[in-house]
Unconditional design. Structure first.
Length: 210
């Protein structure tokens, strides 16, 4: 079970500030990359992260139309795991996965709330992890969608060996239920970074899933 701070920012300075806040707490940090096409918002450019000295192990959440265009940069950054969205690649999912196979990072598929879980049969088995979205992707601070826990539970029953994460709206209010449903990774942005004491909130969340 892991709390994974999620960083979604438009400029490198803010990314660095948040990395500094969590560097002694988290075993893994997620940075969100948005292209302004798959979702309306646009984030810091992935390649710009090369200017930072990132000491915490890193994963990348690609909210983009063409995730394969980012794989080489992810590799050069030493990224541990990369998620891309089924909704962005569903017509060429196998092709994109095969391209990812040339790189050493773990492969993860992000699943939007509107995606029918039955449509993933035959796809998810080959991935290392799945990321269940608790909100519609594109911005932080949205209200958590209550059906998320039941979606996690169904995926865990169908794919018991798959590492399941939840991203979006995760907080003290729902993290215990998500753990009970089968989630193992909890990607958390607003509930950490908008608190008065990030360290205290992080430790509370850790205790809730321990």
């Amino acid at each position: 079970m892991r709390i994974i701070p999620a960083i979604l920012e438009k400029n490198l300075k803010e990314v660095k500030n948040k990395l500094d806040l969590i560097k002694d707490l988290a075993s893994l940090v997620q940075i969100d990359i948005m292209d302004g096409q798959f979702v309306a918002g646009k984030s810091v450019d992935l390649a710009d992260l090369k200017a930072l000295e990132i000491k915490t192990p890193l994963e990348i959440h690609l909210m983009v139309n063409n995730p394969e265009d980012y794989f080489e940069t992810c590799q050069s950054l030493g990224v541990r795991r990369v998620f891309w969205h089924y909704s962005a690649v569903k017509d060429r999912e196998t092709e994109v996965f095969n391209k990812a196979g040339f790189f050493s990072f773990q492969k993860g598929l992000a699943i939007n709330p509107e995606v029918e879980l039955d449509s993933l049969n035959g796809s998810l088995e080959k991935y290392d992890a799945a990321l269940v979205m608790g909100v519609r992707p594109g911005s932080q601070g949205q209200a958590f969608l209550p059906e998320t826990a039941s979606r996690v539970k169904l995926l865990k029953s169908n794919f018991p060996k798959l590492t399941l994460g939840v991203d979006g709206g995760v907080s003290q209010l729902n993290i215990v239920d998500l753990k009970a449903a089968g989630a193992e990774d909890f990607m958390i942005g607003s509930a950490l970074f908008k608190t008065t004491s990030l360290k205290e909130e992080f430790n509370i969340l850790i205790k809730l899933i321990s």
